[in-house]
Design a protein around this ligand. Structure first.
Ligand code: ZN
Length: 430
């Protein structure tokens, strides 16, 4: 179970948060583009679409066993071991959709040298940690898939052993207790050091720039008398982005922008609710996404027979593809463009006129950490084919699609640094 509390508490939290979430998105619609923009006199509508990012938790286990009844981690709960093909499934999802899914990794079962003996809080075996069972050629095979698909596989930090062990028993979870209060700073730092060492052992690259808290136990800002928040500690190591459901986040009322807020300069984005239960395997996705994150657990993307993983992946491709063609949404190409687009979706004020669109970026530029990227995407629909021009923003249109007699444009815009406003003109093609 990746969730925090018992089912009743969970449901209780869900209702409260679902309300907050809707409010957040509705507010975005008023102050910015959102969706539901009224057409101008020429029937043109325009929107800064909400980006969607796929985040997959608990990647990295080799055992699928849910060990929670034996003081072992929850792991993925599937009835088989994990295999390199389970990594290929993530890369396939990315390739087919042109995205870079985030794989939130747990790395203890990648420990080739039993270094975790020196960090007894990180595993169920404590000082007697022995991972020799999981040291084999599959490590290098999986690492090779990760490295050779870097455009379609983003390593994200999840944890070392997922829970936190003292005297042979675990409590939830690795980075924070069941209230979302951060673990002792020296322990947090040691777990980070060891996560990085496990990456190095396996040549999996530097510490990722994004983070998903285990069991979604997290505090926004400092917790429990600590002077620093977890976000601040992570930020010092180069992490710029945290993704977690706000329903289980301590101090969530301090979030500034509904679906996101900044904690010591680290953007923290609401995961909302997943479409599937954490242990569902081989199912076809259905239902509504409630916000910008499409959260999964690894089994949700897999099949009990790994040779048939592609069937499950292709179900997700069919489910997600329409978000790219819809007016109000898009699938973010990677996590940086996701964060940038989300900030513009919520904060950029868009004014639609009869012959153009005015952009006001003031609320973006005063954020604690404005986006580094200058690019954003606008979608526009018109009964007539249009030409676009601007002196104040660079515009690259993609070939339009025709739907129900109207032309739908996806425009890649690039801000000119220093300009807080921009205007895009359009005219019917003669
Ligand atoms: Zn997890």
């Amino acid at each position: 179970m990746k969730r925090v509390s018992n089912r009743r508490d969970f449901m209780k939290g869900t209702v409260r948060v679902a309300a907050g979430f809707t409010a957040g998105l509705a507010a975005a619609g008023r102050t910015a583009s959102g969706s539901g923009q009224q057409p101008n006199a020429r029937g043109v509508t325009a929107v800064i679409p909400m980006p969607i990012q796929v985040v997959i938790d608990d990647v990295g286990w080799w055992s699928g066993h849910d060990g929670s009844k034996q003081q072992e981690p929850y792991r993925t709960g599937i009835p088989r071991d994990h295999v390199p093909a389970d990594y290929e499934a993530i890369a396939r999802l990315g390739r087919l959709l042109g995205i870079r899914p985030q794989a939130a990794m747990i790395l203890c079962e990648w420990d080739r040298n039993n270094i975790l003996r020196k960090l007894p809080t990180s595993t169920w075996m404590g000082a007697n940690w022995d991972n020799s069972k999981w040291v084999g050629p599959w490590l290098e095979e999986a690492a090779d898939i990760i490295r050779s698909n870097s455009e379609h596989f983003e390593m994200t930090m999840h944890g070392v052993g997922h829970e936190y062990w003292t005297d042979g028993k675990f409590t939830r979870a690795e980075w924070a207790d069941s209230n979302g209060t951060m673990r002792p700073v020296d322990q947090v730092e040691a777990h980070l050091d060891n996560f990085e060492a496990l990456l190095n052992q396996n040549k999996l690259g530097p510490l990722p720039v994004s983070f998903v808290p285990t069991a979604f136990l997290h505090g926004f800002g400092p917790t429990g008398g600590h002077t620093m928040s977890l976000a601040e500690i992570l930020g010092r190591r180069g992490i710029v982005y945290i993704n977690t459901p706000f329903e289980s986040m301590q101090n969530r009322a301090a979030v500034s922008h509904g679906v996101f807020g900044f904690d010591a300069g680290v953007i923290t984005i609401d995961r909302g609710q997943d479409l599937m239960d954490w242990s569902d395997i081989g199912k076809t996705p259905a239902g509504q996404l409630q916000g910008p994150t499409c959260g999964l657990h690894w089994p949700n993307l897999l099949h009990t027979d790994p040779e048939r993983n592609a069937e499950t992946v292709d179900g997700w491709v069919r489910f997600l593809q329409p978000f790219n063609s819809a007016m109000g949404t898009l699938l973010a190409a990677n996590s940086e463009s996701f964060r940038t687009q989300l900030v513009h979706h919520v904060c950029t004020r868009l004014t639609l006129m009869d012959d153009g669109i005015r952009f006001d970026f003031a609320k973006v530029d005063i954020l604690p950490r404005p986006p580094v990227q200058h690019e954003l995407i606008l979608k526009l629909r018109s009964p007539r084919a249009l030409n676009f021009t601007s002196d104040t923003i660079n515009v690259t249109p993609e070939p339009p699609t025709e739907t129900e007699g109207s032309h739908q444009y996806t425009l890649r815009l690039s801000r000119i640094p220093g300009r807080k406003e921009a205007q895009l003109s359009f005219a019917a093609r003669s």
